[in-house]
Ligand binder design. Structure first.
Ligand code: ISJ
Length: 290
């Protein structure tokens, strides 16, 4: 609310760079626990059914957490999106945010939640799940009981929520990126919006060099953050190389390359497809001349 130019593309990109650190550290924190697949299964906890909640442990954690955040007006901010529906109204009047984004109801959190629980959590917790299985075997526990579950349901779900919220913020920032690019060259976008030419819009918003540099920077960050720095200042262990690092470096890079970046671009294009909704032909012509 205090930025001179809230739609500066450089400023928006700097926010995306900072969110890389947040996402990596949230992934490191989640990777300290086993997969605990039970917390993602709907109806797996009879205790929740007795409370009248039919979803998964994580969905219950999300609903309870986001209900409080909704009362505290978190979701009146244009860069915060809930995963749950049916949330209570804020107890405070919404802040008078400047109207930076064009009105829209784009929320891709259902896709983020599905990808995160089905593909990403098993990937980043693999190391911890395997070491847990080895420990259980040493105690004579074999078969399915060896794997995946260390009972840290509350800690794992808490870390999941932090990771999901940071990924959601990052992906939905695609709206600010799109508004910035649209306002810089509306005439480039308008014909393709009117023709709903999605490939042309994708080509206009895609910046391969920005993506290439991002993935390079991300790998360096993940390797650095994954290292265990000896307390006495001895040589740094290359734990990320022998697989015992605090984070799956390839997993973080692939998360961005195969999911976060493509989904961000889907949000950018979806936002553009609705950027002219409700405008008259004269208003669109005026925009095209700018
Ligand atoms: C976010 C932008 O738009 C696109 C998406 C990117 C991403 O998700 O990291 C990077 C570059 C672009 O292809 C941008 O131009 O900065």
């Amino acid at each position: 609310m205090t930025e001179e130019d809230p739609l500066s593309l450089d400023r928006i990109r700097n926010i995306l760079v900072r969110l890389e650190d947040t996402i990596i550290f949230n992934v490191i924190e989640r990777a300290q626990f086993a997969q605990n697949p039970r917390i993602y299964e709907r109806g797996a906890f009879s205790e929740l059914k007795e409370l009248g909640f039919e979803g998964s442990w994580l969905q219950w954690f999300l609903k309870e957490t986001e209900s409080f955040h909704a009362k505290a007006r978190r979701y009146t901010s244009p860069d915060e999106y809930p995963f749950s529906s049916g949330l209570p109204k804020p107890v405070l009047a919404p802040l008078d945010f400047p109207k930076i984004l064009y009105p829209n109801d784009i929320n891709v959190n259902p896709s983020i939640l599905s990808f995160y629980t089905r593909f990403f959590v098993p990937r980043i917790t693999r190391h911890k799940s395997l070491s847990l299985a080895a420990f259980k075997r040493s105690k004579g526990i074999i078969g399915d009981a060896e794997y995946d579950d260390d009972g840290n349901y509350g800690s794992a779900a808490t870390m999941d929520i932090e990771a999901l919220q940071s990924i959601s913020k990052r992906v939905h920032y695609g709206k600010f990126v799109s508004e910035s690019k649209f306002q810089a060259h509306p005439g480039d976008f308008i014909p393709h919006i009117l023709n709903r030419n999605i490939p042309a819009l994708e080509a206009l918003i895609t910046k391969p060099e920005v993506e290439r540099k991002l993935l390079q920077r991300l790998r360096k960050k993940a390797i650095t953050y994954a290292q265990d720095f000896a307390p006495s200042g001895d040589t740094i262990t290359d734990s990320h190389l022998n697989g015992s690092g605090k984070v799956d470096v390839d997993g973080v890079v692939e998360l961005y390359e195969n999911y976060i970046i493509p989904l961000t671009k889907e949000v950018e294009v979806e936002y553009l497809l609705h950027r002219l909704d409700g405008l008259s032909e004269e208003e669109i012509d005026e925009l095209a001349k700018r």
